[in-house]
Design a binder for this molecule. Structure first.
Ligand code: ZN
Length: 133
């Protein structure tokens, strides 16, 4: 199943936990793995605290400080900082499925990471059914 995410800012972390949970529930799989991938070169996906939105804001602030907007980049499209952030964060996450639900910690959420928005984005959710031993 694919999710559509519409971002509203140049850089933004969007909590997609509920949508991923719904996609997993829709498969009927009770035990296995959930693979969340982002088919973009200027976006990412990460798992971190979803309870306090300040955490996502702080992560974004630090990423923006780490990767300056101007640094003599060669890429002519002008969005090299977004490509670099995508590589730092990564474009996939794997979460275990147990009892038909994602195995996440109390405070954890899955975030789509926009680094070159605002745009319409895709998130692929794939489920692999299987038993853990
Ligand atoms: Zn580019």
């Amino acid at each position: 199943m694919d999710l559509s995410v519409k971002t509203r800012s140049q850089t933004e972390l969007v909590d997609i936990t509920a949508e991923v949970r719904r996609a997993v529930a829709g498969t009927g799989v009770r035990e296995g793995l959930c693979l969340v991938t982002v088919p973009h070169t200027t976006a990412g996906v990460t798992i971190n605290e979803a309870a306090d939105p300040s955490v996502a804001a702080d992560i974004l602030m630090v990423l923006n400080q780490m990767v300056p907007w101007q640094a003599g980049y060669r890429h002519r499209e002008g969005n090299s900082p977004a490509h670099v952030k995508s590589t730092l964060v990564g474009v996939s996450q794997t979460v275990a499925i147990a009892n038909g639900d994602l195995v996440l910690g109390t405070w954890q959420g899955i975030f789509f990471c926009e680094f070159d928005g605002p745009r319409s984005r895709q998130v692929h959710v794939r489920v692999l059914e299987g038993r853990f031993r």
